[in-house]
Ligand binder design. Structure first.
Ligand SMILES: NC(=O)c1ccc[n+]([C@@H]2O[C@H](COP(=O)([O-])OP(=O)(O)OC[C@H]3O[C@@H](n4cnc5c(N)ncnc54)[C@H](OP(=O)(O)O)[C@@H]3O)[C@@H](O)[C@H]2O)c1
Length: 578
């Protein structure tokens, strides 16, 4: 593009008026800009062509860009767009909805995709001016130079249409410097993932949390309000629980910041509301670590499997229960393994959330939303504890070619979805039986793609932190997730599967006959009756397995059996996964 043609355009009345307007309204007055402007002027004077033109146009380059967010969902992307000869925007854009005020990550990626020189870039509307001011004030000097270099070359016509991407790191505040929070900080500091910068750590009693390996510039605070009010782009919520974690997350999203969390309870109970809030304010909510810790099940569902229709999911979602059950599989006693799990930090002092199935239930409801596209209230899923499982059950399970795992499962049914969490018999050859210790596993069965298995470390500071940092990278690099619309739906516990029923009775004649008649009344077919020798008659365990039957029919049969006077303990019925 010849310099002369720009001069002509500059001299047009419309352009002059805009130039003057812009001069009267400087967008950026910081030291960085002053330094940058001096540098640009220096270059303009040294370059060929009209120095006056260069001065004017250089100033304009910084002042008059139309910064347009590509889309909120695209993350922190913005670009400078061209305009027509009369200084109007070249395309009809929807900047009003994408205004930088609402777009939290306007700044970091500047995509200079305009084929036409930056000379005509005009910024209209107060919102854009503010966006640009925000944008420019956050740019580092080198970044600003890149912007101007590009525009400068555009002015002299010596540049072909090109794309320049520059990026400011995503400023991150960690809320909760515990097991996962400190691991996240460790990865951010040691690996220095591109585009991420740890700037704040918030924790109560923060002095006792402070470590010496974070950069000196990191602010350690016990004032949540101050950190939320700071210039961080994203908060990483790793305190856990519904409150106050929920209120921090809401406030951050409300302010247009993005949030990454590993808090399954918060996401299970309030995820939909929080996602809507994020969307309305132009931020993002990511929770890839909330299910199965370091295993990328959620990103897998949001991206790689988004094209399938998932019909069924089965998972080992609680590492504590898997550790306990896989140790019991080897002959350990429940109480002793629980104590070991607590000593190793796998289980809380109060293990109810884990062994009672509540933790797995929260995770299952999150997966149901993403996989089966149904919003369920976690409270509608009644979990069953693993505490009723004894060494006798493992012994019988082995004889049946199975082992026992806590499984969370859900599937589409004719009328909606069915979901349950509890101990189940799994075939010794099945993938679910392979997961040992604190490992997690999720099997997703798609109508078109068949089964996909995810497995790995579902918990622990570092594995979980990997998932958190991956979410942060996705934010920083603007990777888009596929929209997964879900709708409210009712959930039942109705499955049609074979069952294992273990009785512990004070032996007397006629017990098996009464049990079989209870099953027959519900049209439930017996598969096998197994009684191992070596147990005392006053506490005699034996097992009945039944062919696939509806859960509701089995529950009616069990209710009838409970009225029998022979039971030493509640009969234990477990689904058998084949
Ligand atoms: N650990 C895992 O393997 C794992 C796996 C997947 C997901 N998650 C999830 O990740 C989150 C964090 O788990 P974690 O194991 O890292 O927990 P943690 O070790 O107990 O750490 C929580 C941190 O948050 C701080 N905190 C809690 N409540 C606070 C409050 N009201 N004000 C200020 N600070 C507060 C705690 O401070 P104090 O030291 O003073 O208590 C602690 O430093 C939870 O949502 C959890 O469900 C954990």
């Amino acid at each position: 593009m010849a310099v002369g043609s720009f001069v002509n355009r500059l001299r047009s009345a419309a352009c002059r008026r805009r130039i003057n307007d812009e001069r009267r309204r400087p967008l950026h007055q910081g030291r960085e800009y002053a330094r940058e402007e001096r540098a640009v002027r220096g270059r303009a004077q040294a370059g060929a062509g009209s120095s006056r033109l260069r001065k004017n146009s250089d100033r304009r380059i910084v002042h008059r860009a139309v910064v347009r967010t590509v889309a909120a969902a695209a993350g922190r992307q913005a670009r400078i767009i061209g305009c027509d000869r009369r200084g109007r925007r070249a395309e009809r854009e929807q900047e009003d909805q994408q205004d930088g005020e609402a777009a939290p990550h306007l700044q970091p990626i500047l995509n200079l995709g305009c084929p036409f020189p930056a000379i005509g870039l005009i910024c209209r509307g107060v919102g854009y001016h503010r966006s640009i001011r925000q944008f420019l004030s956050s740019l580092e000097e080198t970044t600003l130079s890149q912007v101007n270099d590009f525009a400068f070359r555009s002015l002299s016509g010596d540049t072909a249409p090109q794309e320049v991407r520059v990026r400011r790191p995503l400023r991150i505040a960690i809320f909760g410097f515990g097991t996962v929070g400190s691991s996240v900080a460790r990865i951010l500091v040691e690996s220095k993932p591109e585009g991420l910068e740890l700037t704040h750590v918030f924790n109560r009693g923060v002095a006792r949390k402070r470590v010496d390996w974070t950069p000196p510039g990191v602010v350690w605070s016990e004032d949540a309000d101050a950190v939320l009010g700071s210039d961080v782009d994203a908060i990483v919520e790793l305190a856990g629980g519904l409150d106050p974690a929920g209120s921090w997350v809401r406030r951050a999203l409300d302010a247009g910041k993005s949030v990454v969390t590993a808090n399954k309870k918060l996401i299970a109970y309030h995820g939909i509301e929080l996602e809507r809030l994020a969307e309305s304010r132009g931020g993002h909510l990511k929770y890839g670590a909330a299910v199965a810790g370091g295993i990328p099940v959620i990103p897998g569902l949001e991206q790689g499997l988004a094209g399938d229709r998932i019909e069924r999911l089965e998972g080992i979602l609680n590492g504590t229960c898997n550790f306990i059950l896989s140790q019991m599989d080897e002959g350990a006693d429940f109480a002793a393994v629980l104590a070991e799990a607590q000593a190793r930090g796998y289980a809380e002092a109060d293990p109810t959330e884990d062994v009672g199935g509540f933790d797995a239930r929260s995770k299952l409801s999150i997966l149901m939303r993403l996989a089966l596209r149904v919003d369920v209230d976690p409270e509608e899923i009644v979990p069953r504890p693993i505490t009723q499982v004894t060494a006798v059950d493992f012994s019988y399970a082995h004889d049946l070619g199975c082992t026992i795992r806590q499984v969370a499962r859900a599937e589409r049914t004719d009328g909606g979805v069915a979901a349950t969490v509890g101990p189940m018999l799994v075939d010794i050859e099945s993938p679910l039986a392979w997961s040992r210790g604190t490992e997690n596993m999720v099997i997703l069965s798609g109508r078109y793609g068949g089964d996909v298995v995810f497995s790995g470390h579902g918990a622990g500071g570092h594995p979980t932190a990997v998932a958190v940092v991956s979410d942060l990278l996705a934010l920083a690099h603007g990777s888009r997730r596929v929209g997964m619309p879900s709708a409210p739906g009712s959930v039942s516990a109705e499955f049609e599967v074979p069952h294992y029923i273990r009785f512990l009775v004070d032996d007397r004649p006629g017990i098996v006959a009464e049990i079989t008649s209870c099953l027959a009344r519900e049209m439930i077919n017996i598969r096998a009756i197994v009684q191992k020798p070596g147990y005392p008659p006053h506490a005699l365990p034996f097992v009945v397995t039944v062919e696939p039957c509806k859960s509701s029919a089995l529950q009616r049969a069990l209710a009838a059996m409970r009225t029998m006077d022979c039971h030493c303990a509640e009969p234990l019925d477990l689904q058998m996964l084949e």
